[in-house]
Ligand binder design. Sequence first.
Ligand code: URA
Length: 238
Amino acid sequence: MERLDKVLANLGYGTRKEVKAIVKDGIVEVDDVVVNDSGMKIDPEKSKIKVFGKLINYKKFIYLLMNKPDGVVSATFDNYDETVIDLLEPEHQVFEPFPVGRLDKDTVGLLLITNDGELNHRLISPKWHVDKVYYAEIDKAVTDEDVKAFAEGIVLDDGYKCLPAKLEILEADENGSRVNVTIQEGKFHQVKRMFISRDKNVVYLQRIKFGPIELDNELEEGTYRELSEEEVKILKEI
Ligand code: URA
């Protein structure tokens, strides 16, 4: 059970004080009865709440799929740069969501954003080995030896040996290569550092898949949508 004013404030109907005022004005109904006590306890999942006669779709958690653009940081706050949270509409920001893991500032593509701490923990925990697939462009020719080295486990500059990764060559010649890389970890700058260990550089990096969720090609960079109920369900089944 939660206080009505808290529920409404969390839904973006204003501060607790503002919410108190709209309740006093007789604008809020709970289970078809006009209420005037903003401190009343309700079960937001079960009670039918109406504001200005409009039924509210209460939810505790939101799950967003963003196509992250270049130049934006995967954080909730930053002193200098725009964050992925800055790109959200106020109606989603009120849920106080955060990115699931991080993409580098210059990495684009699939980023999940949620306020579901438990799911976040599971998705980024090294224990669960969630596959992350990246499309990358490399400055040199990627070879079958690179594929083999990725499969055996690349050793990074700090001595860390990565889990086996799948490297798939889409196109490769001396001018550069296009590849897909699947990793199960999320070490700092991992894909870039894996290629550096092979004396090659990533010049473009885009995440195209996170676990069972694929990047939505309908989403332009910098835009997002809510995950469907089906997508949330399969994500929770991981
Ligand atoms: N690997 C990287 O190097 N950067 C990312 O943003 C994600 C994976």
